[in-house]
Design a protein around this ligand. Structure first.
Ligand code: DGJ
Length: 726
């Protein structure tokens, strides 16, 4: 069993293939953490990190006999507030007396096969019960009778543990949750670096590695979405850990709204990490008998560096987050109209794109922004989800049929959570946008956000979408979200519940997105938020792919895709070849093949030679598809560490095939370039497509492939080499 309870020692031991996680019930019900790291056998005398001598100035629990125990210096599984542990709290509950004292003690537990769902929230799911086991611990704040159920799901074959908390008010009086984080994880040392991904528009997911400093560090968003600026993913890497070696702990939150991931290094040398919904602008009232569920946190252990941590995340997200018909179905190769046409198109232009797509071997035409209401630029019509017949004469059914008749599939763009002040919907329902009475509404990209907490608003948008989708054969939807939330409030909530707004907004979005995917399971959904502004596990639960960035320059894309791959699988990274970039079409395709691959350009502007090249790329895409989409990613040369090259490699699950790609970012004088590959079968022989030679896996991984003679000496030159087992 991956989860064991030792009755005598009162310890819980959670084992995955390469890791162990230990904690105990200490005396009066304190849930005390003991160890998380590489696998250890069961029959140990555990060193309990009591640290009593550290507790000179810390509160001690004098009910406990020897009076040495202090929650302030002890590692904890969950931390309350204001009752002796002054470090970051996981849960803070304001009670009917108005104070926030919260003390959480063990009551009971159960261990079972499988994993429960989290109501109304996306979470990791199982394909069969054998994949994971769950430990459910019930704890209580005895004074208020608020219950905390801690869920730990252990994946025995992957080094993954998921955690979440259900909070139930069993007391007579209402309480307000002021902080409801999903996990607390304590380490006895602080010899860690924090790796996280941050960015801005068109520069998402830059990677930063910095030491864990004394005090509190936070990676967070309070924008109403996970955001372009910070992603809910971090890695705690031992100081000596690298891409390929050493111990790393990955943390990712399955959530698409305000979040915080906080670390605290204490003076005694310990580190605490907590993560969950951002407590800023959060509050949730629980009446007697009501429950609140936190989003799920995923923890990944790796003793083979950051690369292995990422591959574990990728496997979990491909198999246990991404769901539905498109999970393992080959996705259509698409041409998106945005960068080629922006708002300037009519039905003939779109049909021409579809015809050219057909000639090039592309399978789907996606009509991006500008097809609805009176939208000819970004100042109008969001919320008016009916076709602009001035632009698309004859409407969508006619156009889609024409496109389908030549053998091309059709997809369309929506931004369902938005409303333009210049729109029919706004005229009819000016109160539907998120706003505060008597306060100026902040505008961004000429638009407001609609109040997704209100059912009638969601119903209206659903019905509008439904009437378009039902009118023609739509097989793909791009769901965009181009601004963050200001004046966060809802007329549907009383003043004392306004702090529930942000979380209710996310729940509303999940509900609407879930209705669309349930009603139209055959539609491939791609999320987007001005690029990668909502690239998170919550969105991946609805859409198997997410547009990575509006920056389609392949050199810029290297750092963006490198950072995104910290947690998210390449098969989910929307990546296109576009006109607007500084390299040739060869390198554009090499970079876009790191992700879902597609095109975003005006085909009428392409030269014949570029068209020929695209036809070759389409063939390569099909050849490489399985290796890239279902294989393992090895990041061989980081664009952050090496100013000249970036190199990555995909190896198929069975190690039958591999794809090696190298991009030269900056011109350099002649220099030896040997790439040592990873993850191959060392005893197998691989045929190298570049030179027809046969190399053993061991040779390619130890001696490496010599690319010194290849034309890689220059800005944006690149090469992709495919290998097949002999
Ligand atoms: C932002 C997206 O990132 C783009 O790809 C495009 O869909 C535009 N929105 C359309 O307004």
């Amino acid at each position: 069993m991956p989860i064991k309870f030792n009755e005598k020692l009162k310890t819980f031991k959670l084992d995955t293939a390469n890791s162990s996680y230990l904690f105990e019930i200490y005396k009066e019900g304190y849930l005390v953490h003991i160890y998380y790291g590489g696998y250890i056998p069961d029959d140990n005398d555990n060193d309990f990190f009591f640290r009593s001598s550290f507790a000179a100035v810390s509160p001690a629990n004098d009910c406990i006999e020897n009076c040495h125990f202090s929650p302030d210096v002890t590692m904890a599984e969950i931390s309350g507030n204001g009752t002796g542990d002054f470090r970051l709290s996981t849960e803070t509950v304001r009670n009917a007396q108005g104070n926030t004292a919260t003390d959480i003690r063990y009551v009971s537990h159960k261990i079972y096969r499988g994993k429960p769902e989290i109501p109304n929230l996306p979470s990791v799911y199982l394909n069969n019960e054998e994949e994971a086991d769950t430990l459910e611990i019930t704890a209580v704040d005895p004074t208020t009778n608020v219950n905390f159920t801690l869920f730990y799901t252990v994946f025995s074959k992957l080094d993954v543990i998921t955690r979440s908390v259900k909070i139930t008010n069993n007391g007579a009086d209402p309480v307000v949750l002021e902080k409801a984080h999903s996990l607390c994880c304590d380490f006895p040392e602080n010899n860690f670096d924090l790796i996280h991904i941050y960015g801005k528009w068109a520069k998402e997911c830059s990677t930063q590695r910095m030491p864990i400093m004394q005090g509190i560090q936070s990676v967070a968003s309070k924008r109403g979405a996970t955001s372009i600026f910070h992603n809910p993913s971090v890695c705690l890497a031992r100081k000596d850990a690298t891409e390929t070696h050493g111990e790393c702990f990955g943390f990712n939150l399955i959530y698409s709204g305000n979040f915080s991931i906080d670390t605290e290094a204490d003076g005694y040398g310990g580190t605490r990490i907590t993560m969950g919904i951002n407590p800023i602008d959060f509050g949730w009232t629980l009446e007697n008998g009501e429950s609140f569920y936190t989003p799920e946190a995923v923890i990944v252990y790796s003793n083979k560096g950051v690369g292995e941590m990422s591959r574990t995340f990728h496997k979990l997200y491909r198999n246990n987050i991404i769901r539905g018909e498109w999970k393992n179905k080959k996705r259509p190769l698409l041409l998106n109209s945005w960068e080629g046409c922006y708002f300037n198109f009519n039905e003939e232009k779109i049909f021409k794109l579809a015809e050219d797509a057909k000639e090039l071997g592309i399978e789907m035409l996606v009509l991006d922004d500008g097809w609805f209401g009176n939208r000819n630029d970004d100042t109008t019509s969001l919320g008016d989800w009916f076709v602009n017949e001035d632009k698309l004469k004859g409407g969508l059914p006619k156009l889609v049929k024409r496109i389908n008749d030549i053998g091309i599939k059709f997809g369309i763009w929506y931004e369902p959570e938005m409303i333009s002040p210049k729109s029919e919907l706004y005229k009819e329902h000016p109160d539907w946008c998120v706003h505060i009475e008597n306060r100026q509404k902040t505008i961004a990209r000429h638009q407001y956000v609609i109040d997704m907490t209100r059912k009638e608003v969601r119903d209206n948008i659903f019905n509008q979408m439904k009437s378009v989708i039902d009118s023609c054969n739509i097989e793909y939807i791009k769901w965009d979200f181009n601004r963050n939330i200001t004046e966060a409030a809802s007329v549907s909530l009383p003043p004392e519940r306004q702090k529930e707004f942000f979380h209710r907004f996310v729940l509303g979005t999940y509900e609407l997105m879930g209705r669309i995917t349930k009603e139209y399971p055959h539609i491939l959904l791609e999320n987007c938020a001005s690029g990668g502004g909502r690239f998170d596990g919550g969105m991946l639960s609805f859409s198997p792919q997410i547009w990575c960035s509006d920056n389609t320059d392949p050199i810029e894309r290297l750092t963006i895709q490198y950072g995104t791959s910290l947690c998210y699988p390449p098969s989910a990274m929307g990546a296109h070849v576009s006109e607007n970039s500084r390299t040739g079409y060869e390198t554009k395709a090499v970079a876009a093949m790191w992700g879902t691959f597609g095109y975003e350009l005006d085909t009428e502007r392409l030269s014949d030679s570029t068209k020929q090249l695209i036809k070759t790329q389409v063939k390569q895409y099909h050849r490489y598809y399985d290796t890239v989409h279902y294989g393992d990613l090895y990041r061989l040369i980081s664009p952050y560490d090496n100013k000249f090259y970036c190199a990555w490699e995909f190896v198929s699950e069975t190690k039958e095939t591999a794809l090696l790609s190298v991009v030269s970012m900056v011109r350099r004088e002649f220099q030896t370039l040997i790439i040592r590959m990873q993850g191959l079968d060392k005893d197998a022989y691989y045929k190298c497509e570049l030179n027809g030679k046969t190399y053993s896996g061991a040779y390619l991984m130890n001696a490496g492939l010599n690319l010194s003679e290849c034309d890689l000496n220059g800005d944006g030159k690149s090469i992709s080499v495919f290998f097949e087992k002999k």
